[in-house]
Design a binder for this molecule. Sequence first.
Ligand code: SAM
Length: 308
Amino acid sequence: MSDEERRESWSRYWASGALHSCATSFAGNYDDDIGAFWREACADLDASSWVLDLATGNGPLPKLIADLCPDLPEIDAVDLAEVRPAWHAGLPAAHRERIRFHVGIAAERLPFAKGRFDLVTSQYGIEYSDLARSLPEARRVAGPQARFAFVLHHVSALPVRIGRAELEHLAFLQQDGGLLAAARQFLPRHAEGAGQGAPRAAFDAALKQVHERAQSAFAPDVLHETLVAVIKLAQAAPSLGPTTVESQLAALSQHLADDELRQSELVAHALTRVQVEAMAAVLAPDAAFELRELRVRGELFGWGLRIR
Ligand SMILES: C[S@@+](CC[C@H](N)C(=O)[O-])C[C@H]1O[C@@H](n2cnc3c(N)ncnc32)[C@H](O)[C@@H]1O
């Protein structure tokens, strides 16, 4: 997948206003091991510190640091995508100026001077980049005493298991003869007051199949959400007319394709212990590192890697 496709897909996601990419799992705050990991990693930051957050998204980590540190460090937050951190505009001016978002910036090519940062962070981010290039870049911009703290996708963690299940659901929804295809055949005709007969029967059958799959599936949210969206569109179709129905179906297809791209990236970039240890060896061959499994409400959520 090209950087451009990834950038556009993530930009559409961040434009929706989500604070982070696991919005439903975190419920907007940091508890359990992930919160503890970041509180420890940020404990000794003060106004003289410089922090770099890689692949920041809508900036949940800069926001957490702003919430934790009254003595706010300087923070540069970069992402390949166009991000929309709405919370940033609500900060007092003195804090706002200390947190700078840099959009369209790849972790593989950072626009910062050598040795500038005291702490380099990333939450479910750096593993999406080409590590052969981004890790040496992270090391270049880190100062001689700098620390690194990363929360990383773990091959066996819940978000990754959910990602794998969602990919199967998305393939089911988008397959030939699946719900999306049946809706494209039936709903524009229905909007014109026609479309009974075979298209209607195929649409009803596809709805039933998705409904049945959702009853027993692991991670069925995408099935339920798509059912709700399609049923609402079917109900509104006669008043909307065929052109609006077609454009809403195109938007729904784009939404599912974006979801598929993000989930397949997540699954593809989840890391084993050996891979994370290899990252630590590149970042700081001679320094001690600490690697732990992070849990949230009893569920494995990722790796926590700290290098001092
Ligand atoms: C799973 S999101 C994580 C965002 C955020 N750190 C969080 O905790 O919610 C992954 C982010 O990585 C960004 N990304 C992917 N490849 C990148 C690259 N090569 N350089 C910089 N950012 C990248 C995406 O645009 C996306 O915003």
